[in-house]
Design a protein around this ligand. Structure first.
Ligand code: PLP
Length: 422
């Protein structure tokens, strides 16, 4: 059976027709052109695209990002369309692929849609050929979705995890810490592009160069960067890059992406294989992986979510990736200036603008992080995120495209008010 016949047996011919369905006018079309209105009016218009209620201020895009209305509408419409014919609509994935590839600076065969960043990280952590005693280096601030896939393999197969504390002062210090951990048994370096607890941005190009110098695999966990900053994986020089769709990108919950560099796709074993992984199928032994990273997309999928992710990317493209990056990090700078002026507040996010973007993490010895976070929510309706990792005892504030300077003022005023009571 050839690929065409094989796909035919799965009903793809029919679904391909529906993937081309027209789109109704939506908020991507109704956003004003940047420059045609004042900056304030432009960002207000962006904010109005989100269905966020007004009884709280949402400042946790690093945990879960709200999706704009155009994304929710697109998912709903695609769901209805596919349900009305009871097709999976796999062609929707191939329609979204070039859009996601362009967004990340990749080629489309390098892109695979997953369900979250953890799954993307796991594809790499489980799929690379490692033996007991082989070493993997990553930072001590890695999110469980970045560290657990390796720790699980350490437990199962005896690989060795080595960690370093990311340096908040200079980018080069972290690169040197990684270098000092490399031994002849090192096989992989992984970093979060930007760390989740305190928002430290790594010099991923320098780390890619270091990895190349020693012939190591370099994986970047970009859960905190795609949709927050302008990402170009080819320019970065990594072997693989993961992200979530449901954080800064504003995609539907349960979406993610893994990029694997074209010439290294075969180095990642496809541990979950099924329909869509293979070009042909004839028992007992006719099986050939499809070209490209999409071999990891196996079985029946919720393709309407991937369609929604495509819409989220189009929405961000309409605003402009660089503009999003500058806006979110501008708000963070504005907030940090106010927080630094408050007595006893320590901002843990690097002060060097080159080492941070749209995350602000702070603490005070006067009140525990969980108490501060819950009082911000309970008394001031500010939804931030507690940071318990590595005993940091801090609070994290994410500033994204639907946030405003007024939101930052609210945070600073609320923290000041809470400090007066302790
Ligand atoms: C750096 C990092 N990696 C992985 C994850 C896990 O993301 P997901 O829930 O999409 O698996 C997160 C979530 O916050 C994260 O910040």
């Amino acid at each position: 059976m050839n690929r065409k016949e094989f796909m035919g047996t799965l009903g793809f011919g029919a679904s391909a027709i529906f993937a081309k369905g027209g789109r109704s006018a939506d908020s991507v079309d109704t956003l004003p052109d940047y420059g045609s209105v004042s900056d304030d009016a432009f960002w207000r218009a962006v904010r109005q695209q989100f269905p966020l209620g007004t009884d709280r201020t949402y400042l946790n895009s690093g945990g879960l990002g709200p999706a704009p209305n155009c994304v929710l509408d697109a998912v709903q419409a695609k769901t209805a369309e596919l349900q009305s014919i009871s097709e999976t609509g796999y062609a929707v994935m191939d329609e979204a692929r070039p859009v996601a590839a362009a967004f990340l600076g990749a080629d489309q065969e390098e892109i695979c849609f997953t369900r979250n960043a953890t799954e993307s990280n796991s594809i790499i952590a489980a799929g690379l050929n490692l033996q007991a005693g082989d070493e993997v280096i990553f930072e001590s601030h890695a999110h469980p979705g970045g560290s657990f896939p390796w720790l699980s393999r350490q437990k199962r197969e005896g690989i060795r995890v080595k960690i370093f504390d990311p340096d908040p002062e200079t980018m080069s210090a972290s690169v040197e810490k990684i270098r000092s951990l490399i031994t002849p048994r090192t096989k992989v370096i992984q970093v979060s592009h930007l760390t989740a607890p305190t928002g430290i941005l790594f010099d991923v190009k320098a780390i890619a160069a270091l990895a190349a110098e020693y012939g190591l695999w370099f994986h970047v966990d970009g859960a905190q960067t795609a949709g927050m900053i302008s990402v170009d994986v080819h320019d970065m020089g990594c072997n693989s890059y993961s992200t979530s769709g449901h954080k800064w990108m504003g995609g539907p919950r349960g979406t993610g992406i893994i990029y694997i560099r074209k010439d290294r796709i075969d180095d990642v074993a496809c541990l979950h294989a099924g329909a869509h992984s293979s070009t042909n199928y004839e028992l007992p032994d006719q099986f050939h992986f499809v070209e490209g990273a999409r071999r990891h997309e196996y079985g029946t999928r919720n393709t309407e979510l991937v369609h929604g992710l495509q819409k989220a990317i189009e929405f961000q493209n309409a605003i402009g990736k660089d503009r999003i990056e500058a806006y979110g990090s501008g708000l963070a700078t504005y907030l940090q200036q106010q927080l630094r002026d408050l007595p006893s507040i320590e901002v843990l996010t690097p002060s060097d603008p080159a080492m941070r973007r749209s995350i602000t993490t702070f603490r005070t010895p006067k009140i525990a992080f969980n108490e501060m976070t819950s009082r911000l929510m309970r008394e001031h309706r500010l939804r931030c995120r507690p940071v318990s990792e590595r005993g940091l005892n801090a609070v994290r504030v994410s500033t994204h495209i639907f946030n405003s300077k007024e939101d930052c003022d609210r945070v600073a005023q609320a923290v000041a008010a809470i400090l007066k009571t302790v």
